[in-house]
Design a protein around this ligand. Structure first.
Ligand SMILES: Cc1ncc(COP(=O)(O)O)c(C=O)c1O
Length: 403
């Protein structure tokens, strides 16, 4: 069976983890700092904070911006539940917008949803393809939209507009108009979950890119404190002789990343641009070549109008099929020894959101994308032979079910 998404573990990863284990320090410390510096190098964003997941990272940023009860945050209907759950966890309401055929949030739908309760928008770079950030910024800057913004906190007053928080869980290494993902809006959240392009088993990072009214370095220090119970000294600093005294100055969270986990990501990120990302791009292109002659295959965007994907997963849509036929094709692919997946079941179809009144019929493009999509695996360990097996299996399964 060709697996869907095994982690990339080589000797460098094992060496880095062993180094952490042998160092006498396994939780937040030098490896986390080094990983933050590597993310910073990759994105060109100076201030990067690592935390224990992208979900935590989203919650931390929404909390910092003073978002809570009575506030609304616009998210795409087509994403993983974590994008909306983070909003609910801070007490606010996720307001869902439909997406486009590129899987990204539809800026025109976003425009219709903005009102005086809207405090933030979370565009999601699904599959690693960056959203149209300029378009989102243009919309929130239109005078008739901008005047709706009402600030309720010092940070909101300082920003003076809707906060753009990118859910870039999939898009580390993606590029938008020459700029790397991480540097495209106010703040960006990466996920280092086990299946992501760079992993720490569980983990995430926040790139801080707020405008001049903010000091991003001060903000980094404050968020670091918030991610560690509001404690004035981290455990590593306290462990240095004579440094035991500390204070708790804010009811913070426990969201810090451990050094053992950071070590995995550190070894990966060092070879990400030169090797791991390149391998993903190669596989993406092989799929493109394999399916481009089939009129039933709708290929996912990779490089379009200055938007360049990080090739996280390959979202193949099949033209002219029903959801039932899609499920049957997946079954047939599985029988041929290939694991595939579906990204994502749109949130309004999930019980927790359906019960709160979200209706999938309000999101026709999300529903159409979902009903026809099959996610093909993309990871560096896939050999040429594997990729060919996947392509032929998909074609054979299509013929079996549809012809
Ligand atoms: C689009 C998206 N956002 C957020 C998350 C949450 O990431 P994490 O598991 O690091 O909290 C995921 C995880 O799969 C995701 O796919």
């Amino acid at each position: 069976m060709i697996p869907f998404s095994p982690p990339y573990i080589d000797d460098d990863v094992i060496r880095e983890v062993m180094d952490s284990l042998n160092s006498g320090w396994i939780t937040t410390g030098p490896k986390v700092k080094a990983l933050e510096q590597e993310v910073s190098k990759l994105t060109g964003v100076e201030n990067v904070l690592c935390v224990n997941s992208a979900t935590s990272a989203l919650m931390l940023m929404l909390h910092w911006f003073g978002i809570g009860k009575g506030d609304e945050v616009i998210v795409p209907a087509y994403t993983y539940c974590a994008t909306a759950l983070a909003v609910m966890h801070v007490g606010a309401k996720p307001v869902m917008a439909d997406v486009g055929k590129d899987f990204c949030i539809d800026p025109q739908h976003v425009k219709k949803l903005i009102n005086e309760n809207t405090k933030a928008i979370i565009p999601v770079d699904i599959a690693g393809f960056p959203c149209d950030y300029d378009n989102v910024m243009e919309i929130i800057s239109e005078p008739s939209i901008a005047k709706l913004f009402k600030s309720k906190s010092v940070e909101q007053e300082k920003l003076g507009r809707i906060f753009i928080l990118s859910d870039a869980a999939h898009s580390i290494g993606a590029v938008y108009k020459g700029k790397p993902s991480g540097a495209l809006c106010d703040a960006t959240v990466f996920s280092f979950h086990a299946v992501k392009n760079v992993t720490t088993a569980e983990g995430g990072a926040i790139c801080l890119n707020l405008p001049d009214a903010f000091d991003n370095n001060d903000l980094y220090k404050w968020l670091r404190l918030l991610s560690l119970n509001g404690q004035t000294k981290d455990a590593f600093t306290k462990s240095q002789g004579g440094n035991w005294r500390y204070d708790i100055i804010y009811p913070g969270f426990k969201m810090n990343l451990s050094d053992i986990c950071a070590a995995v990501g550190l070894a990966q990120i060092r070879k990400y641009e030169t090797f791991l990302l390149e391998k993903r791009k190669e596989i993406f292109r092989k799929y493109d070549e394999g399916f481009s002659s089939e009129d039933w295959a709708e290929l996912p965007p990779e490089i379009v109008d200055g938007r360049e994907s990080s090739c996280h997963i390959y979202l193949l849509r099949i033209n002219g099929i029903s959801e039932y036929q899609r499920d049957k094709i997946i079954e047939a692919i599985n029988e041929l020894g290939v694991s595939v997946n579906v990204h994502f079941v749109p949130m309004p179809m999930l019980t927790v959101f359906r019960e709160r009144g979200y209706d999938i019929n309000d999101y026709p493009v999300s529903l159409d994308n979902y009903s026809r999509v099959i996610t093909l695996p993309v990871y560096p360990q896939l050999s040429d032979e594997d990729t060919q097996t996947i392509i032929t299996s998909v074609k054979e399964a299509y013929r079996k079910v549809v012809s």
